[in-house]
Ligand binder design. Structure first.
Ligand SMILES: *Cc1c(COP(=O)(O)O)cnc(C)c1O
Length: 365
């Protein structure tokens, strides 16, 4: 089976990790500081605060921005559950606006029915590695609307020549399957020094200096061992992106004419980092989406379904007093169509050809 994701580490990673082990400084220290400054440089943002995963980075971003009980946030229903978990846990009410069918990101023109005077923040999700239309969202919602960007899948993607995660407060994940990984890890990015400072306090027990507590905090710290992996991943990221982009272009060239299969596209003014290459099987496909995925698996293609249902479409959320299940017809259709094909940097040309050949067969070409 050609896997949907693959992590590979070289001698450079081993050397950095070994250096941390030998230094005896394995908790948070100089390597985390280096990872933060190099990640900030990648994005062109002033502050990057490392945390222990992408879920708590959303949580810390929301809390640092003062989003809590009585606030409403508007997000995409087509996301990983962490986006709504974080908002629910800070006490906010979560509402949903529909997505653009092509990019599958929050649609600025869909905000109006759910926006009101309680709206405290938008939480655009840069799904699959393509940023949401940030200029459009800002123009529609107003310059002073707080943006908490879920950029867990979009390290280094750009919209209007600015990195995803730098328009408002950015939240990134370095989970094992993401474009950049530390095993588990996260980062909050911002140009606002006060927000960065609060996230730093929250992540370390609310502590400014030894035993000087300024707020009730958590322990959200990343470790130097993890950061060493992250620093080496950053060093190779240009090449990873070059390969993901070449793989995506090859898949589209090989699948563009397939009936019943919509290939992913990149909107004008945006760049894509291809965390996932996600096609949509329409009603013209010879099989249902689920049967298509089964046939792909039988043919040795590790296809995935991200995500099989809207994020709120589970009993624990659909009946939740702080989840408002606004209708989002486009997202509701898309969740029944999506299939992600392998696009990762470790794929060989032969594997790309095999993915194209087998996918064409499954679609009856
Ligand atoms: C992975 C992911 C998260 C959560 O990140 P973790 O590091 O797994 O906690 C949040 N939002 C989206 C869209 C993700 O893909």
């Amino acid at each position: 089976m050609i896997p949907i994701t693959s992590v590979q580490f070289g001698a450079d990673t081993e050397e950095l990790v070994l250096g941390v082990l030998r230094s005896g400084h394995i908790a948070q220290g100089p390597m985390v500081a280096r990872f933060e400054s190099e990640f900030a440089e990648l994005l062109g943002v002033e502050h990057a605060v490392a945390v222990s995963n992408g879920t708590v980075s959303l949580l810390a971003a929301l809390q640092a921005a003062g989003v809590g009980p009585g606030s409403e946030v508007i997000t995409s229903p087509f996301t990983f559950v962490a986006t709504i978990n974080a908002a629910v846990h800070v006490g906010a009410t979560v509402r949903f606006a529909d997505i653009e069918p092509d990019t599958m990101c929050l649609d600025p023109s869909a905000l109006e029915p759910v926006r009101n005077e309680r709206t405290a923040a938008l939480m655009p999700v840069h799904i699959f590695g393509q940023p949401a239309d940030m200029p459009g969202l800002i123009a529609t919602a107003g310059e002073d609307t707080l943006m908490i960007e879920d950029a867990a899948q979009a390290h280094g993607a750009e919209v209007a020549e600015r990195a995803a995660g730098t328009y408002g407060i950015g939240s990134f994940s370095f989970y094992a399957t993401k474009n950049l990984t530390t095993g588990e890890g996260g980062m909050v990015t911002t140009n606002d020094a006060a927000i960065a400072d609060t996230v730093r306090l929250l992540s370390n027990q609310g502590m400014r200096a030894r035993y000087q507590y300024e707020m009730p905090g958590y322990n959200l710290r990343l470790t130097d061992l993890q950061a060493a992996v992250g620093v080496s991943q950053l060093a190779g990221y240009d090449e990873v992106l070059r390969r993901r982009r070449a793989n995506a272009a090859a898949l589209t060239a090989g699948l563009a004419d397939v009936e019943g299969c919509i290939c992913p596209t990149v909107a004008d003014g945006r760049t894509h980092v291809w965390h996932q290459y996600t096609i949509r099987a329409t009603g013209d496909a010879p099989r249902s989406r689920d049967a298509t995925v089964e046939a792909l698996h039988a043919a040795g293609i590790g296809a995935g379904v991200y995500y099989p249902k809207l994020a709120w479409d589970y009993d624990c959320f659909s009946g939740h007093p702080r989840i408002v299940t606004d209708p989002t017809p486009i997202a509701a259709e898309v969740v029944g169509q999506v299939i992600s094909l392998p696009v990762h940097a470790a794929l060989t040309d032969a594997e790309i050809d095999q993915i194209i050949t087998e996918t064409r067969k499954v679609f009856g070409c």
